[in-house]
Design a protein around this ligand. Structure first.
Ligand SMILES: [Zn+2]
Length: 209
């Protein structure tokens, strides 16, 4: 297991650094995880540690119930959401979660990310918004499980008033998907500021409440 997790940790360090440097996540929020192809465990960022200081020692290995298998730090308390995704989506091997500002802002206005570019539509497809007044607990995990059942095959979603979750077959792909979600949200908001009106005309439903 140690050899496998060492490789995952190297890849996660690179992805965390990239996400931090491009503004997807500031401070010590957000988290990321990866799991081996045949393992019922994950490597996840430790609680309270910044993407900007991500290292082998700030990543811990846990099982899906949160028991620490490797490392001395406490895992991110959002491991429950990560475990819910892994249980629901066997092909997902990595998750990036960021409190990305443009994505959070847009999720206050729409129920699904508009298809503002052909690239985004082709590469990501639908990015729905999950509304649940919970965070990093079993309620959030249960809603995530139901939400993924209602939206099979999605590569990302935005949790309203919280942040984005993006998936990949490895952490580099999950991070790239996070960048594309944030870039698309930024474009959608710029369109609104620029007077292009209702971005739902580009393929997303306006917020229904
Ligand atoms: Zn979070």
């Amino acid at each position: 297991m140690r050899e496998t997790t060492a490789v995952l940790k190297q890849q996660m360090q690179a992805a965390a650094s990239r996400a931090y440097n491009c503004g997807l996540q500031s401070g010590n929020g957000g988290n990321l995880s990866a799991r081996p192809a045949n393992g019922l465990y994950m490597v996840i960022k430790a609680s309270g540690k910044s993407f900007g200081e991500c290292s082998q020692s700030t990543l811990v290995t846990i099982d899906f119930d949160g028991q620490v298998l490797e490392g001395s730090l406490k895992p991110s308390r959002e491991y429950l959401t990560h475990a819910a995704v892994y249980r629901a989506r066997p092909e997902v091997h990595a998750i990036m979660h960021c409190h990305a500002p443009f994505s959070i802002a847009l999720a206050a206005l729409v129920d699904e990310l508009p298809f503002v570019t052909h690239h985004m539509e082709m590469k990501l497809g639908a990015v729905p918004v999950l509304t649940v007044d919970a965070h990093a607990d079993v309620v959030m995990a249960e809603h995530t499980t139901c939400f993924l059942s209602d939206h099979p095959g999605i590569k990302a979603f935005i949790h309203r008033k919280h942040g984005l979750f993006s998936f990949g077959t490895d952490i580099a792909e999950a991070e790239h998907n996070a960048e594309l979600v944030e870039e698309s949200a930024k474009i959608a908001l710029l369109m609104r500021v620029g007077g292009f009106g209702d971005v739902s005309a580009f393929g997303a439903g306006a917020r229904s409440e």
